[in-house]
Design a protein around this ligand. Structure first.
Ligand SMILES: NC(=O)c1ccc[n+]([C@@H]2O[C@H](COP(=O)([O-])OP(=O)(O)OC[C@H]3O[C@@H](n4cnc5c(N)ncnc54)[C@H](OP(=O)(O)O)[C@@H]3O)[C@@H](O)[C@H]2O)c1
Length: 289
């Protein structure tokens, strides 16, 4: 593997997996939108290989990132196996796919082992570096208890099938509930420059040395981040609003790990270049509104 520069700095996931803070999200490889047509697998493979060349060593994926017969985990294995020892692949379990192939309901505790085994097989691994329990639906369910399901993942960790555990789409109370069951290495929640209300959880992650991994770092793509505040800072640096949005995430917290998702070779180059963009205090003040 050729590691070019990735000057976003690094972070020790779970205390022992050192990753560059600018990573890659694989959800957009099989399809550009939630219910869109499948994308060309060869382009996805090329994007993954280029991401690694550009310094990505943290890839976020899931067994349910699939459209038709194009599956993110399959593309990752075909593009990158045998894996470099420094590559960290994070997966998620929880959502099950309905007849239309889209995530539709949640797995029962007794179904989680099978999902982890599916990920191991699809990725061609003996052990998964990081597995998140992803709870809730499209939005958070604050009343939902996760302890029983998290305990199943903790057992799989004890058996050696998983190295570290994470939780996704959780409140501060659900994060605490998970930590009462087993150590949590990462939280993955909806967060970006225009959706930044999760500060209590972010501060807790900082205090505990837990990674905070924002999903939809660019707003999820359906509503591009083109607000005036981003545009002003982007023009100042001669970069795109997407690059400012990514640089902002990395600037606001040392535990923040970016995983922008793209199936586009050009967008990948832009996103990785954002790792070298340093925002000034004026920029941060402008972005704060
Ligand atoms: N835990 C969860 O519930 C959850 C939910 C959603 C996502 N995720 C994870 O988080 C990752 C990031 O989220 P995401 O991929 O949904 O959203 P995102 O990174 O906020 O945005 C991706 C969208 O923005 C476009 N895009 C990417 N780079 C761009 C650029 N430089 N300029 C303009 N447009 C750009 C992409 O289109 P192109 O592909 O055409 O570039 C795509 O439509 C996912 O890949 C997935 O790994 C987790």
């Amino acid at each position: 593997m050729t590691n070019l520069t990735n000057d976003s700095g690094d972070f020790a996931l779970g205390g022992d997996l050192r990753v560059n803070r600018m990573g890659f999200g694989a959800m957009r490889l099989p399809t550009g939108t939630f219910a869109g047509p499948p994308r060309d697998p060869e382009t996805g493979i090329a994007v993954l290989r280029r991401a690694v060349e550009l310094g990505v060593n943290h890839i976020d994926t899931a067994g349910f990132y699939a459209r038709g017969d194009v599956e993110a985990n399959d593309l990752i294995r075909r593009a990158l196996a045998p894996y470099d020892e420094n590559l960290v692949i994070a997966t998620k379990v929880g959502p099950l796919r309905g007849p239309d192939g889209l995530p539709s309901h949640q797995a029962r505790p007794d179904q989680l082992r099978g999902l982890v085994e599916d990920d191991l097989r699809a990725l061609g691994l003996d052990r998964l570096d990081l597995v998140y329990l992803r709870i809730g639906g499209m939005t958070m369910d604050l009343t939902e208890s996760l302890a029983e399901r998290f305990a199943v993942l903790a057992e799989l960790r004890d058996e050696g099938l998983i190295r570290h555990l994470g939780v996704s789409n959780v409140s501060a109370a659900q994060f605490a509930e998970a930590r009462s069951v087993a150590p949590v290495a990462a939280v993955q929640n909806h967060f970006h420059v225009h959706h930044a209300g999760d500060t209590e959880l972010l501060r807790q992650c900082e205090e505990l040395g837990v990674a905070y991994v924002p999903f939809f770092p660019l707003g999820g793509g359906d509503r591009p981040l083109e607000a005036e505040r981003l545009g002003k800072v982007a023009a100042r640096h001669g970069v795109t609003t997407a690059q400012v949005a990514l640089a902002w995430l990395l600037a606001i917290s040392p535990v923040m790990l970016a995983i922008p998702g793209t199936g586009s070779p050009d967008h990948l180059e832009d996103n990785m270049a954002a790792a070298g963009l340093t925002l000034t205090d004026d920029d941060l003040a402008d972005l704060a509104g």
